[in-house]
Design a protein around this ligand. Structure first.
Ligand code: NAD
Length: 516
């Protein structure tokens, strides 16, 4: 078993940046070893309120400094973030139990999201003229103002990328941020934040709090003019309701039960290789990873054999380098959830084609990547998100059956289609009810496309991150329209009656000119 830990002076240095004034602490456990990593100071609701007040003051100057200043500082932060790569990857692995490859994927994603938001914000939120109700008589412009203070709540599974994908667009559009980080992954987020503070983001503009999910989460929701939540559907619904109670908007990035369709013209070897990463990256503890595979009968045996062989070849371990393919689950609760799903499926008649066992010889929360078949609707893993290294293969007769099975879920976050024909795959993709669909890939094509929106349909979420959509959620639009004086608008019933015929003619003319 590895003896992975974090240097005490680094821990002390980083946790000083938390907004936590009291003496309360909670232990943080290292997933690779099950041993205590350090004692995390926790915030109180008062700390959240104080941090929010300070961030509101800092936000005024940050917004007033203008978009060019914000871009310069955030791009400098990007460079400092890149320069800290190895330390960030070590922290990420140590706090989450993931392997180096997915840790780097997070790092890459975080940097890309930063670059995009820093460079695109000015253009996306610039003031623009819009078509006036009556041309020449009115002149109309729309400008965008930051919401003010954004409350951001992030989970433990992808702490680096999911933080930066929300925080940096919020800052780039001129907002302040109070972020509630999951207790498990505070160090990774604080280390990433440090790069931006050193680059010139005022420390009080981006406050980080930690502590009890309910108490501190509620305080963050109550503090923000807008709320970004990433986590489970059950918590997301509560967060959305609470925010709406204050007429504050919210983007909710929630759970999934993501389907992969393997069509009969797919290149079996390529599909069986790419889909393994799509299912087991970060031990399946990723909102967009695959938990259901629907394979067409003609290639089902061939695909299943190749897929299972690849899964059995995965190297599992806790090395802080690139020598392993799959690591550990992040917590005892995660291990319990995975065991419960697999044991329930096996008890009710599922067949285990690979995995199915904990690996306590490697570490306390290790579990083998697991492939099931003969999964039926009475099993927990059929409809519920496992959020672990468990995938079920089902054989389907044709494309229509595959699409119907893929859509038969309360979730609609991500999906994947493997086919030898891009046009066929696109046709199938168009019929999937999900916020993203990847062709000949599990999730990385859409997850990495930071100019395109990411989010969920159905119970998988509300709103979108990334792309222009991900920036526009952080601003309020304001319409300013002028009367040009070319025509005096009617002020009385008699005057309106005199103009009615002319105005109707104007309506017909505007339609004839195809003017919106
Ligand atoms: P979770 O809902 O338990 O916790 C997420 C965050 O919310 C944590 O910081 C937690 O402390 C906080 N929280 C808990 N109770 C709260 C409350 N009452 N009010 C406000 N905040 C509260 O989720 P989790 O188990 O940490 O994360 C796993 C889930 O997140 C999975 O369902 C996964 O699919 C989902 N997820 C979704 C995305 C996405 O982009 N759609 C990304 C990552 C994870």
């Amino acid at each position: 078993m590895a003896t992975i830990t974090v240097d005490k002076s680094l821990t002390n240095d980083l946790v000083r940046d938390l907004s936590a004034s009291g003496s309360a602490t909670v232990p943080v456990i290292a997933p690779f070893t099950g041993k205590k990593l350090y004692e995390l100071p926790t915030s109180s609701a008062r700390d959240v309120a104080d941090a929010a007040a300070a961030a509101r003051v800092a936000q005024l100057a940050w917004f007033a400094a203008g978009p060019d200043h914000r871009r310069k500082v955030l791009l400098d932060g990007h460079d400092r973030f890149l320069a800290d790569r190895e330390r960030l990857l070590d922290l990420l692995q140590t706090e989450t139990g993931k392997t180096r490859g997915p840790a780097f994927e997070e790092f890459f994603q975080g940097a890309s999201a930063t670059r995009y938001a820093a460079l695109a914000a000015k253009r996306v939120i610039r003031t623009r003229g819009r078509r006036a109700g009556i041309p020449l008589v009115m002149r109309t412009r729309v400008s965008y103002k930051p919401k003010g203070l954004v409350g951001i709540i992030t989970p433990w599974n992808y702490p680096l990328s999911l933080s930066l994908m929300d925080v940096i667009p919020a800052l780039a559009t001129g907002n302040g941020v109070v972020q509630k980080v999951d207790n498990q992954t505070v160090l990774s987020v604080l280390a990433a934040r440090r790069a931006f503070i050193d680059a010139g983001v005022p420390a009080s503009l981006w406050a980080v709090v930690a502590g009890d999910g309910n108490e501190i989460g509620n305080a963050v929701v109550d503090a923000g003019d807008y709320v970004c939540f990433t986590g489970s559907t059950a918590t997301g619904i509560k967060v959305g309701q609470r925010a709406l109670g204050r007429v504050a908007g919210a983007s909710l990035e929630l759970g999934g039960k993501n389907p992969m369709i393997v069509l009969d013209d797919a290149n079996v070897a390529k599909a069986a290789s790419a889909s393994v990463y799509g299912c087991f990256s970060s031990m399946g503890q990723l909102c967009v990873s695959m938990e259901r595979i629907y394979v067409q009968r003609a290639i089902a045996d061939q695909f299943t054999e190749a897929f299972v062989a690849n899964v059995k070849n995965l190297v599992q371990g806790s090395a802080l380098d690139y020598t392993t393919d799959v690591g550990s689950l992040t917590s005892a609760a995660q291990l319990e959830r995975v065991k419960t799903h697999v044991d329930d499926a096996v008890k009710k008649g599922a067949t285990v084609l690979a995995g199915g066992k904990a690996r306590s010889d490697l570490g306390p929360y290790f579990y083998e990547p697991t492939v099931l078949t003969n999964v039926t609707s009475d099993m927990l893993c059929f409809t519920h998100e496992t959020f672990g290294p468990v995938v079920a293969i089902q054989v389907v007769a044709n494309e229509d059956e595959a699409i119907a099975a893929a859509n038969a879920s309360e979730f609609g976050l991500n999906a994947s289609v493997f086919s030898g024909s891009v046009s066929r795959a696109r046709r199938v993709a168009d019929q999937i009810v999900a916020g993203s669909v990847n062709i000949n890939e599990g999730y990385r094509s859409s997850f990495g496309s930071i100019d395109a929106p990411m989010g969920g349909m159905k119970h998988s979420g509300l709103g979108r991150r990334n792309g222009p959509e991900g920036l526009l959620r952080f601003v309020e639009s304001r319409t300013v329209a002028e009367a040009t004086g070319l025509l005096t608008l009617p002020g009385s019933g008699v005057a309106a009656g005199k103009l009615a015929g002319t105005m109707e003619l104007a309506l017909k003319a505007l339609k004839a000119l195809r003017r919106r």
